[in-house]
Write a protein that binds this ligand. Sequence first.
Ligand SMILES: *Cc1c(COP(=O)(O)O)cnc(C)c1O
Length: 425
Amino acid sequence: MSAPRLPGAPFVQYRGEELFVEDVRLADLAREHGTPLFVYSRNAMLAALGAYQRGFAGRKAKICYAMKANSSLAILQVFARAGCGFDIVSGGELERVLAAGARGEDIIFSGVGKSRREMRRALEVGIHCFNVESEAELEVLSEVAVDLGTRAPVSLRVNPDVNPLTHPYISTGLKGNKFGIAHKDALRAYQRAAALPGLRVVGIDCHIGSQITQVLPYLDAMDRILDLVTQIEEAGIPIEHIDFGGGLGIVYNDEQPPAADALWQRLFQRLDARGFGGRQLMIEPGRSLVGNAGLCVAEVLYLKPGEQKNFCIIDAAMNDLPRPAMYEAFHQIVPLARPTAQSQVYDVVGPVCESGDWIGRERSLAVQAGDLLAVLSAGAYCMSMASNYNTRGRAAEVLVDGAQVHVVREREDVADQLRKEHLLP
Ligand SMILES: *Cc1c(COP(=O)(O)O)cnc(C)c1O
């Protein structure tokens, strides 16, 4: 039987009849560490980063990993050691990434609702830039910086109003969306920023959405942003860097996103043609750096045949893998050992008491209770969105590097969950 190419290959692949991550047999990991278990390939992450680094070779560009995709300390450490910067969206993420070894100057701070306390802390550690999302936020940030006797470096996140051709819940660059400053208001906002005593304008930023699988939305956004840069600079406000955000999609099923280096080859053609090829650039990729570097191993608890549907109930649920419930997202689900028996069609669901707790619909599987499955492409927006719903402890995480295995997060137990709670007297 010829092996289908799995998302995550060659770092995730069958050897003989068994599924491996790098040189480690997943069944061994499940036996030793239990399930559900997130498994990440360090070399898959570095390969994903490498595609961007190739795309930017010889250019002035900084890659800032959007850490909300997966903020586990060891993941951050891999990227910090590889020379990445980081895009954060909260004060909690700031502390996390500092704990993982990042320096203030490698950090940019995005998000629509930064608090004064978060701003103050970010200024104290000397972050590279605040991506500001409203005129009201400009005023507050200026006040906080003046209080500290400093000036905050700012980029304005501009909403280029292009359609990223992705799921509505993960598109962010259209009018009528809470993110960014409207394109038509951007010049005025820059003039306001330049006049405020606590701010220093350093750049411009956009981020149009997520799981983008086409080049065109990026080219459209780029054109809109470059037009603005020209206008803003004509108004006497220099723009040191241009940040094109993140959003590049990955293969979950049969998508065909461009490779990061191919995407950037196309984008540099446009930048060069418009005379911006020598500018300092930034990007904020999240999903495309980690999504296919991780998977979640789960055990089949019960098979429940039904009149209309057969259910395959596994021990991972929407609290571990929230994307299907949140976005109707698709993850491939494959057995850890290639099956010999006949397959049947199942809805793969978790034990959580919600009809929304499904992981995959109408999947053809040859399984029995006790078998192990891998939910693929689970490196991004899974563990970082995991919850304790139904008082389920969050899963353990291991990082594989060749034949080496590092436990990077222990399984959460009930005592961990009850620790901050108090009974009434
Ligand atoms: C979420 C986010 C990203 C990363 O998006 P991906 O689709 O994971 O690449 C980048 N920038 C901002 C501002 C974000 O909110």
